[in-house]
Design a protein around this ligand. Structure first.
Ligand code: NAG
Length: 207
């Protein structure tokens, strides 16, 4: 009986050690993806090389965003953490956005970044910092935040998140990058219709 319970507890502690996502066999649920069969898991499931180089920054924001979330890095499944690499050209910006499932921490690998977040509606207080190479800043879960390259060289930023799938909504495209009628966008934002139409063209929206 003692042996049996020892072997059972040994088994269950192994079973709980990790759950590398099998992205093929099922849907993501609030508790994550189903697990890959542990006997097929290898060291390479816990390594991800996607952040080694930056992506293409030829776009209106002059940025590339490379994610290491559970969809890209299945080993993160259930671990409550994720990462990303941001490359931002001078004058470029990761525009205002939120992550509703996660707080974020950034580490400036190269360059100079001015970053901030805005508190809730009670005060709309802005918390702004100019970050140099090696500095970190945190962004509390759910709050609108942004990062701007205010230096003269390409900024490289490592972002980490308290979720393997932080949930992201980028404010400008959410408001102007779709077919919500311009007049309704004006009502919803207090931005006049002519400006709304201009922003829709810029962000690929219509209406
Ligand atoms: C980067 O993206 C731009 C715009 O989509 C494209 O024209 C250009 O060829 C891309 N550059 C590289 C190196 O892929």
């Amino acid at each position: 009986m003692l042996l049996l319970s020892l072997s059972l507890s040994h088994y269950s502690s192994n079973a709980a050690d990790f759950c590398v996502a099998d992205l093929e066999i099922g849907f993501q649920t609030p508790s994550g993806f189903p697990c890959k069969n542990p006997s097929f898991v290898t060291a390479s499931d816990f390594k991800y090389s996607g952040l080694v180089t930056g992506g293409n920054t030829t776009n209106i924001n002059k940025v590339s965003i490379i994610r290491a979330f559970v969809q890209q890095f299945p080993g993160l499944n259930g671990l409550g953490m994720g990462a990303g690499r941001l490359d931002i050209e001078p004058g470029g910006a990761i525009s205002a956005h939120t992550h509703w499932y996660a707080s974020e921490m950034i580490y400036v690998v190269e360059g100079t970044v001015t970053a901030g977040f805005v508190s809730g509606v009670a005060t709309n207080t802005v918390y702004l910092n100019k970050l140099s190479k090696g500095e970190i800043m945190i962004f509390p879960q759910g709050l609108v935040h942004f990062q701007v390259n205010t230096g003269t060289e390409t900024a490289v930023v490592l972002a980490t998140y308290g979720s393997e799938d932080p949930g992201t909504q980028i404010i400008s495209p959410a408001l102007f990058g779709n077919n919500l009628p311009s007049l309704l966008v004006e009502k919803a934002t207090n931005i006049d219709e002519a400006e709304v139409k201009k922003l829709k063209v810029l962000l690929g929206g219509s209406g």
